[in-house]
Design a protein around this ligand. Sequence first.
Ligand SMILES: [Zn+2]
Ligand SMILES: [Zn+2]
Length: 275
Amino acid sequence: MPIQTNIADQCCFKHDNLPFEYFCIDHDVLSCKECLAESHRSCQKVMSVDIACKGAKQSQSFIDATELVDHVLETTHTIGKDEQDFIENIVKEANSVKTAVRIVKEEAIRHIEALEKSLLHDLDLKKDKIIQKSKTTIKETEDIKKSTKDKQDIFDLVNKHGSEKQAFIAVHAYKQDLTDLEKRVTGITEKSTRFTINLNPQKLQESIHSIGSIELSEVPSAVKFVQKKKCQSQMPIVQAQSMPQFVYKQDLDTKNVEIYGMTINDNNEVILVDT
Ligand SMILES: [Zn+2]
Ligand SMILES: [Zn+2]
């Protein structure tokens, strides 16, 4: 695979055509001539890239950089696969929800059909009761009519063919019967009412607002990118420590001794190493 950018010719991002000639250890950044003058004038540790680059391939920062590249690529692959799996899963879940919605709808329809059946049964009961009441009135009226007709026949007969005495007796003999018939017919007309039968519809659009709602629950994805700690500077930064104050105690004769090393221990005592 051809390298598209010649890395060796990589120039400063700020100063287009200037090459990176320096490396500032203080800021841990590459620097061109201009950058050096602008931003690193007071920096303590600035070195030439040619010197700083020695052993770069074996350096921790190079290893860290290549590992980070691998890590990012691996994670992008995992994220891509995870998102693809997630899409497939959400499509499956949405299809299950569609089935569940259909079941809820069918249950609602069955429920409404049951309500319709109960309503029609109630209608029949009420209708039958009203009709029964009217039939009873008809029967009672027929009975009154028959009894009254009997009396009419008697009064007609007396009127056409009877004597005054027979008319007088008829009036008084049937007085109570006529009063009873009058009471019965009055009773019917006084109690008589007229029903109308109507539907008081339940406004379903008002009482049923929905048959469910779609809920989402969100949890963090299982794919995690653990950020590696920032690449360390290629050159270790050693902070200069201030030297302790020493107290003169005695002379040391080192005339015939070869000193190979010299150090200061934690008790600020100078140690000379001769072997
Ligand atoms: Zn620059
Ligand atoms: Zn700097």
